[in-house]
Design a protein around this ligand. Structure first.
Ligand code: AMP
Ligand code: GLY
Length: 420
């Protein structure tokens, strides 16, 4: 099978690494890829949000399966264009990607299928939204409806913060994404993520994870794309997973099919768990980054069979071969991230690191310049370990991180603290 992966972060390096281990993988191309991916696959320069360009590339290179990593090509309808050209693709249509692209859409779907989530209301003008905040009071959550690069959500502990968030959204801080605002009940509890493959109809859970969104140790400071993650998430017990499948995920999948916009790809359910009950915080329609790194570390080469079956509507025929293991990943980021940071600093110490099924240094924002690896993004490396126990996985991940010689970078030393 010839496979094309779209994306170039740690998530896509992990996908490429796992897929490459499956003997059914003949040729593997990643667009745009990064310096780490270039060691295991061919990297290609394609405009990945341009469906016609992706189809032309697939035809030229006899691609049998396209795996879409990030949300941007999904929201741009690249999966639709590929399907219309009869190319197998792992990733939802533009219509089904609305589960990530619009918070109000997801809330409507939840209401229609009875999935438990926070109480909510939607607004298209500041006055009505401000009145609502004044009526309900704080704590309260204010969200730009659309994709805002993870910056559109304000968990407001005071009414003043909530009003400021309303004004920011309607003042254009998030562009078109903030033209509509969703205001939600604040949910208390512990957050965890649940990943489910969906082929339009059938669902196959493939793992749980918890991430660390804040930049600083002790989960302090500004939000980031994620500074580390581990899998499984102990808070998502098998019993809660069964409840979530029955009350949230399968009803959502059925509702999407009923609307004529079936969901196909990976559904990433963000959940809030309290007193053994889970409610939906949000859906993403792709793997998380860095959650994908820990999931791939645990699944290994079988992920190609699972993804392929998902893309072809054959999910009912496959199952996951579970190992009783744990994985943990530590993100190395450039100084200044998630604010301004410099690019181009040289990263040493990467040669000779262990690269096996228990230790992998996944690359995110890296590039190769004159034979050296340099930083080319905010999140740069994802040091990932696997072991029979979480402490063992953590020791392996930190051994990799500590081997890196990169004075211009940093990482958190407490990834996994909640589970350990
Ligand atoms: P979202 O983009 O919807 O995932 O929101 C980003 C983060 O804000 C989530 O991961 C939660 O930590 C938090 N959050 C979102 N909605 C709520 C809510 N209704 N109650 C409490 N926290 C929330
Ligand atoms: N790590 C969170 C995300 O990928 O959305």
């Amino acid at each position: 099978m010839n496979i094309l992966i779209l994306g170039g972060g740690g998530r896509e390096h992990a996908l490429a690494w796992a897929i490459r281990q499956n003997p059914k993988c003949d040729r593997l191309i990643v667009a745009p890829g990064n310096a780490g991916i270039a060691e295991i696959a061919r990297c290609a320069d394609i405009a990945i949000t341009d469906g016609a360009a992706v189809v032309a590339f697939c035809e030229e290179h006899a691609i049998d399966l396209v795996v879409i990593g990030p949300e941007a090509p999904l929201a741009a309808g690249v999966a639709d264009v590929l399907r219309a050209a009869r190319i197998s693709v792992f990733g939802p249509s533009r219509a089904a990607a609305m589960l990530e692209a619009s918070k109000a859409f997801t809330k409507e779907v939840c209401d229609a299928c009875g999935a438990p989530t926070a109480a909510w209301a939607r607004f298209t003008d500041a006055g009505a939204a401000r009145d609502h905040v004044a009526r309900v009071g704080a704590p309260i959550v204010v969200k730009a409806d659309g994709l805002a690069a993870g910056k559109g959500v304000t968990v407001a502990m005071t009414e003043g913060e909530a009003l400021a968030a309303v004004d920011a959204a309607f003042g254009g801080a998030f562009g078109a994404a903030g033209a509509e605002v969703v205001i939600e009940e604040f949910m208390e509890g512990e957050e965890a993520s649940f990943f489910i493959l969906v082929d339009g109809q059938n669902c196959l859970p493939i793992g749980t994870a918890q991430d660390h969104k804040r930049v600083g140790e002790g989960d302090t400071g500004p939000n980031t794309g994620g500074m580390g993650a581990y899998s499984p998430a102990p808070v998502l017990t098998p019993e809660i997973q069964r409840e979530v499948m029955a009350r949230i995920v399968q009803p959502t999948v059925d509702e999407m099919a009923r609307r004529g916009t079936p969901f196909q790809g990976v559904l990433y359910a963000g959940l809030m768990i309290r007193d053994g009950q889970a409610r939906l915080v949000e859906y993403n329609v792709r793997f998380g980054d860095p959650e994908c790194q820990v999931l791939m570390m645990r699944l290994g080469g079988q992920v190609l069979d699972l993804i392929h079956a998902c893309a072809e509507g054959r999910l009912a025929e496959v199952s996951v071969n579970w190992a009783d293991d744990h994985a943990l990943t530590v993100v190395l980021a450039a100084d200044g991230y998630p604010g301004d940071y410099a690019k181009g600093s040289v990263i040493g110490g990467l040669e000779g690191l262990p690269e096996d099924s228990t230790s992998m240094m996944f690359h995110a924002g890296t590039a190769e310049r004159g034979g050296r690896i340099v930083a080319a993004g905010g999140r740069v490396l994802s040091a990932t370990g696997r072991g029979a126990a979480l402490a063992e996985a953590r020791a392996r991940a930190y051994a990799l991180a500590e081997a890196v010689d990169w004075p211009e970078g940093f990482y958190r030393r407490d990834i996994g603290w909640r589970a350990l």
